[in-house]
Design a protein around this ligand. Structure first.
Ligand SMILES: NC(=O)c1ccc[n+]([C@@H]2O[C@H](COP(=O)([O-])OP(=O)(O)OC[C@H]3O[C@@H](n4cnc5c(N)ncnc54)[C@H](O)[C@@H]3O)[C@@H](O)[C@H]2O)c1
Length: 363
């Protein structure tokens, strides 16, 4: 079956990033449908039989080897690809990272943390306005081209595909997917409506599968262009993915399932140079999920009397902090340490790394 134009763009752009910039600091590549095939451009006519990613990579490799350094490639029938050197300094300098659910909360802080360490970030969220506003603030702090906001509903394959396409056209692909979007509906199994169970499962479990399904083919291209190139998928899981959670089965089940997906993706995708790991944070008390003054879990638990004897929000918070051997909640900084470790290390995949202050320990 012949490849669509979009499929070709999704191979050509990530391949050029690595072929032009190398496996460690791939270049940025912007797709421009109208880029002129003038004397500055290398024109690569793909033969009719170049209908697989592998064959397209070989054609590009041959064309680039023949002319040396290239800034613009025009592929007749597809369009132009404008290359530039990577931006940013730090531990993930030059990497392109897509972070789902990053309009607020932990996802936002992970996107900000990655940008501070040199990555270019795509903030993808069902709250598109929030994602775009947050991306604008990152650009103001770190410079033009360092962030983009995109609408993405992780339960909808077409929506994920559109955001991935935007990412490829703007930056040439991605090196890191952070699957962070998640929701929580806590209730007893005896009373929870099945619609709530399905909602949590759709976002936390199926949403992770769908995002990986769309990102994995794009991530694989860099490795096909140069075996030394590796990429990362990081799932923001939870301590509830490692130990059951009372009256919170929908959430814990979706997170346990996420660990199964991570292990299985890791086994499959290592042949593409993609490492897949989960991070399992403890409770992030400072984020809106817990601290929102109207709907946060502290308010809900105070109202419903979940913590016996608690009279104030501080009482509820202290009760939860006492459950942690380190006597405090997890912070975004704690999670960022794990994010950076998992990207930097080159000999681990399929793991679920706890960041719980000792509250949940691996056996
Ligand atoms: N808050 C905690 O205590 C805690 C602890 C451990 C793990 N986690 C995990 O961290 C992740 C982020 O949690 P948070 O506390 O920052 O939550 P949050 O509610 O503050 O933020 C979640 C973000 O995901 C977005 N989102 C929701 N549904 C979406 C969808 N269908 N498509 C795209 N985006 C969607 C929301 O718009 C929001 O911006 C989740 O996976 C959660 O399970 C949270």
């Amino acid at each position: 079956m012949s490849m669509t134009k979009r499929e070709k763009i999704h191979v050509i752009a990530p391949a050029l990033r690595v072929l032009l910039g190398g496996p460690v600091r791939p270049w940025r590549v912007r797709f421009d449908v109208d880029a002129p095939a003038d004397s500055d451009a290398v024109v690569v006519d793909l033969p009719a039989e170049a209908e697989t990613p592998g064959k397209i990579v070989l054609c590009l490799q041959a064309a680039i080897n023949a002319v040396g350094q290239v800034r613009r490639v025009v592929v007749p029938g597809v369009g132009g690809f404008c290359a530039s050197e990577p931006l940013g300094e730090g531990r993930v300098a030059g990497k392109i990272a897509v972070v789902t659910g990053s309009a607020r909360g932990l996802g936002l802080e992970i996107a900000q943390g990655l940008a501070a360490e040199g990555a270019t970030v795509v903030l993808a969220d069902i709250r598109a306005d929030g994602a775009k506003k947050a991306a604008k603030a990152i650009v103001a702090e770190h410079g033009p081209g360092r962030a983009m906001g995109a609408a993405m509903d992780v339960t909808d394959p077409a929506s994920i595909a559109a955001a991935m396409d935007e990412t490829v056209r703007a930056f040439g692909g991605l090196d890191v997917l952070v699957s962070n979007a998640g929701v929580l509906k806590a209730q007893s199994v005896k009373t929870q409506p099945v619609e709530e169970f399905r909602f949590v499962t759709a976002v936390n479990y199926t949403g992770y599968f769908l995002c990986v399904q769309q990102a994995a083919p794009i991530l694989s291209v860099g490795h096909a262009a140069d075996e030394a190139y590796t990429s990362d998928i990081l799932q923001i899981n939870s301590k509830s993915g490692l130990a059951g959670s009372n009256r919170n089965a929908a959430y814990a089940g979706s997170k346990f399932g996420g660990v199964g997906l991570t292990q299985s993706f890791a086994l499959e995708l290592i042949e593409d140079g993609t490492k897949v790991n989960s991070i399992c944070p403890g409770n992030f008390f400072d984020g809106p999920l817990w601290s929102d003054p109207d709907h946060g879990l502290f308010v809900q638990y105070l109202r419903t009397g979940k913590v016996p004897g608690a009279k104030t929000l501080d009482d509820v918070r202290r009760a939860y902090e006492q459950k942690v051997p380190m006597k405090r909640g997890c912070t975004a900084k704690d999670v960022m340490q794990a994010v950076l470790y998992l990207i930097e290390q080159q000999y681990e995949t399929g793991q679920a790394v706890p960041v719980t202050g000792g509250q949940v320990m691996l056996s």
